[in-house]
Ligand binder design. Structure first.
Ligand code: PEP
Ligand code: MG
Length: 323
């Protein structure tokens, strides 16, 4: 089996009828680059930068961050690298920030909310990213965006830091795409408006599912409600992909669902452009996609979206598209 998968290295991720997608890797640090290369990832779809901030007793400096981003970008050469700005709060605490205890951390002061408030921290990260941008194909992504104002404000700060660097005669890549994670239902619902302003979307299903079904992703007592194939989740995903395409933008997915064999046929049929997953599952996913027929799934997408429950969707996919 492993031998068979190795044969797929350097092969395109293309369905049997010629529909090509990008299979990218999720990483948490430059240490993950070996497995990214070994498994022939076509890019990095999510670099979770919070790990640079965790397990230490102070914030990482601009220089420390610059080195990490530069290493990832230069290793990936001209392949796309989506780097997500700091996503702490929720389940990821930074003790040295002394953040207030919250009753509902997943609905609280985290990610872009924290970065816009603490722009001293945010600006250091953005400067490091901008300086590293000349070493590869960087795309910057903001997490947990709930409103257009948040995106506009974050992008404004990014552009300010870019101007500051240029004024200091420090080189910056001029064509950095700036996108958002779609992981809050308000943003999925309003995707048509966001699509006019962002360069890309990446759907964060780990959070999108928990917020759509109001089922804490860490709470075992409600894990039966954490339903990736719930038709409500699938319709939101479709809406996001269609909204992006309407504006000639691309949509990726970097939640666990992107590497899940039951979800892959649906996502392919919905027209997802980029699938970002743990590097170790990339060749499996490529194998699966090369044996699927895009047109055939495309014709049944409406049937799938008209199912009424998670289990109906799951049985349908297992019956028709899993060998
Ligand atoms: C997500 O929410 O799907 C995601 C990829 O982000 P994280 O798992 O880091 O919250
Ligand atoms: Mg998330």
């Amino acid at each position: 089996r492993e031998e068979q998968l190795k044969q797929l290295i350097n092969q395109p991720s293309v369905s049997s009828d010629g529909h090509q997608v990008e299979l990218a890797a999720n990483i948490g640090s430059p240490k993950d680059l070996d497995t990214v290369l070994e498994n022939d990832a076509e890019g990095v779809g999510l670099f979770r930068t919070e790990f640079l901030y965790m397990d230490r007793d102070r914030l990482p400096t601009e220089e420390e961050q610059f080195e990490a981003y530069k290493e990832v970008l230069s290793t990936l050469d001209d392949k796309p690298v989506v780097i997500r700005t700091l996503d702490v709060g929720g389940d990821k605490d930074l003790p040295y920030l002394n953040l207030p205890e919250e009753l509902n951390p997943f609905l609280g002061f985290r990610a872009i909310r924290l970065c816009l408030e603490r722009d001293d921290i945010f600006r250091v990260q953005l400067r490091a990213l901008l300086r590293a941008s000349v070493y590869g194909n960087l795309k910057v992504m903001f997490p947990m965006v709930a409103t257009l104002e948040e995106f506009r404000e974050a992008k404004k700060i990014l552009l300010e830091e870019k101007e500051n660097l240029l004024a200091e005669e420090i080189a910056v890549n001029e064509d950095i795409e700036v996108g958002i994670m779609v992981e809050i239902p308000s943003t999925a619902v309003l995707a048509d408006q966001f699509a006019k302003e962002v360069d890309f979307f990446s759907i964060g299903t780990n959070d999108l599912i928990q917020y759509t079904l109001a089922a804490d992703r860490m709470n075992e007592n409600v894990s039966h409600l954490y339903q990736p194939y719930h038709p409500a989740v699938l319709r939101l995903i479709k809406q996001v992909i269609d909204a992006a395409h309407e504006e000639n933008k691309w949509t990726g997915m970097c939640g666990e669902m992107a590497g899940d064999e039951v979800a892959i046929p649906i996502l392919l049929g919905l027209g997802l452009d980029e699938f970002s997953m743990s590097a170790s599952t990339i060749l499996e996913a490529r194998h699966q996609i090369r044996n699927l027929n895009y047109e055939e799934i495309d014709r049944t997408v409406e049937d799938i979206l008209n199912k009424r429950t998670n289990n109906e969707v799951e049985s349908y996919i297992n019956k028709h598209f899993i060998k």
